[in-house]
Design a binder for this molecule. Structure first.
Ligand SMILES: [Zn+2]
Length: 289
């Protein structure tokens, strides 16, 4: 078990990365890490995330109340949206919020990232929907975010930025990097005349790879693809009529019928193994090797 001071240093390191990669300007963005069910570390408000040291980091309880903060520091005003993620997703160990240039541009233009254009984005992210606009620091953001939490690991925040979450800090940050890279590719390919999307057959193959490897987190591939939707451990049958998802562009791929493919739990492998194997399978399945 990594000690608390080490985790604070890791938060500072990820803060430097999001700042240096232009994913935040000035004092924007915030990061949190779950220590246990009632203790969470988070970045303070009003400081640049690129220049933090461990004593900047605050500790809050599950309601976002301060447990410990050094003089001059108080938790991010956006801690409420982090706490809502932890409340609704017990599998999550870290949440990252940033304003990356391309992802935020899509969030401002009101365009969700739903076009299936590259294997890694389809496997790792699926669709990235837009959570409806909420005033920062109010309960509007967590409330608008809530309905997406059971089914996604990344969302755009309308007219605001992006939010990602995962099992640990590094994975949550990597998800942010993937969202931004995907948004940038989508943007550039639109300038070049529009992206060529994968067809349904290739998307199904990529989703199948994700399911086979039991990757952590939630993803459209985890949604029940059995039209009857019964006995699906992921959705409990809730998605059998399309339900909530019909309103997300791009979700036609999830309701194509056929075998559910997700009634058996596959033990999660470590990230490096999964990535290496996926890359190999994707190349093979797309006939690129
Ligand atoms: Zn923000």
């Amino acid at each position: 078990m990594v000690n608390e001071f080490e985790i604070k240093k890791q938060i500072c390191d990820i803060g430097r990365r999001i700042y240096n990669r232009n994913m935040v300007a000035a004092n924007d963005g915030n990061i949190s890490v779950k220590l246990n069910d009632n203790e969470f570390l988070c970045t303070p408000t009003g400081v640049s995330k690129g220049f933090m040291t461990p004593e900047f980091i605050c500790k809050v309880d599950a309601q976002g109340n301060v447990i410990q903060a050094n003089p001059g520091f108080k938790p991010s005003s956006e801690i409420k949206m982090h706490m809502r993620v932890y409340e609704k997703r017990p599998d999550v160990g870290s949440v990252v919020h940033a304003h990356p240039m391309y992802a935020t541009s899509f969030a401002i233009a009101g365009i969700p990232l739903t076009q299936p254009i590259m294997p890694e984005a389809v496997i790792a992210l699926g669709c990235v929907p837009i959570a409806e606009y909420g005033t920062p620091s109010t309960m509007e953001i967590p409330d608008n975010l809530e309905k997406y939490l059971p089914y996604f690991d990344a969302v755009l925040l309308e007219n605001h930025g992006a939010l990602t979450w995962s099992t640990d800090l590094n994975a949550a940050y990597m998800k942010m990097e993937s969202v931004e890279f995907y948004a940038q590719l989508l943007y550039q390919s639109k300038l070049l005349g529009g992206p060529k999307e994968f067809d349904e057959k290739n998307i199904k193959k990529l989703y199948e790879i994700r399911r086979k490897f039991g990757m952590a987190g939630k993803h459209p591939a985890n949604l029940c693809q059995n039209k009857s939707g019964m006995n699906c451990h992921n959705c409990g049958g809730a998605c059998h009529d399309g339900g909530e998802f019909k309103k997300f562009p791009g979700y036609q791929y999830d309701f194509v019928g056929g075998d559910c493919g997700c009634t058996e739990e596959t033990p999660a492998q470590n990230d490096a193994q999964v990535v290496a194997e996926i890359t190999k399978r994707v190349m093979e399945q797309l006939g690129m090797k």
